[in-house]
Design a protein around this ligand. Structure first.
Ligand code: MF3
Ligand code: CO
Length: 251
């Protein structure tokens, strides 16, 4: 069952989304060479607190941090550590937090110093794929219209779509029904209705889409060590165009 949110729930998710988006704005100045991912996470913790946001990842299945920070061939779920980010790194930051009990989930790519052409392209295609997916998040469409749009955009550019992780419904819980695959045929699954809220999150690779979970039990990495990009927005399905809740100026 995909929950339909009422006005109150939507307003709270909207606030959560806006506040999380503010933190991502701030992060642009802080994901810089010489910082440890621990320090970046500490800043995120502080900024969440300031805004009365409660991390949804801290304590989730034993995960200890308020963010996931994944670098280069790490796709998602990288754990903050003493590792120092350096020039040329492609850094993905993922934050999920709730405001008055309602969650917003978002991820962005950051370049440390000047990005390589391929890192830039990969991040651009991930963003474009997310936008194409969001454009399908319309009342009356089927769930996998989102999936197919994402896959088409990524594969047109010769990149890989990660199969082992997916987007998800979101609300009171970080993860709700449905699972939103980033690949597949269009026209399948439940019909989308106004009031549904989805975290859509393409995870894409420069090379093969195969990934594995590292020794630490969390970090997801590409098997071929190729670069990966990940972006995520929380989106509300409306009577009209989809509304991106995790953007400061939604278009
Ligand atoms: N935002 C991530 C997601 O949607 C949350 C990561 S799960 C964690 O899957 F346990 F690593 F925090
Ligand atoms: Co998510």
């Amino acid at each position: 069952m995909i929950p339909i949110k009422n006005k109150m729930a939507i307003q709270k998710m909207q606030t959560a989304g806006l506040l999380v988006a503010e933190i991502f704005e701030l992060l642009k100045q802080h994901v810089v060479a010489g910082k440890t991912t621990f320090e970046i996470n500490a800043l995120i913790e502080k900024e969440l607190q300031k805004r009365n946001l409660v991390s949804s990842t801290k304590g989730y299945k034993g995960y200890k941090f308020a963010s996931c920070i994944s670098i280069n061939d790490e796709v998602v779920h990288g754990m903050p550590s003493e590792r120092i980010v350096k020039d040329g790194d492609l850094v993905k930051v993922d934050i999920c937090a709730s405001w008055k009990g309602y969650c917003a989930d978002s991820a962005r790519c950051f370049f440390v110093g000047s990005p390589s052409a391929i890192a830039l392209k990969l991040a651009q295609v991930a963003r474009e794929a997310l936008d194409k997916g969001i454009a399908q998040a319309k009342a009356g469409n089927k769930l996998t219209d989102i999936s197919a749009a994402i896959q088409a955009e990524v594969e047109t550019h010769g990149f890989g779509v990660v199969r082992d992780f997916a987007g998800h419904g979101i609300g009171k819980q970080m993860h709700e029904d449905p699972e939103i695959l980033n690949y597949g045929k269009p026209g399948k699954g439940p019909v989308l209705r106004p009031g549904m809220t989805f975290a859509i999150e393409p995870m894409i690779t420069q090379g093969n889409y195969a990934v594995y979970v590292a020794q630490d039990g969390w970090t997801v990495r590409t098997k071929d060590k190729s670069l990966a990009a990940h972006v995520e927005d929380t989106v509300l399905i409306t009577e009209h165009e989809p509304l991106i809740l995790t953007k400061i100026n939604p278009s």
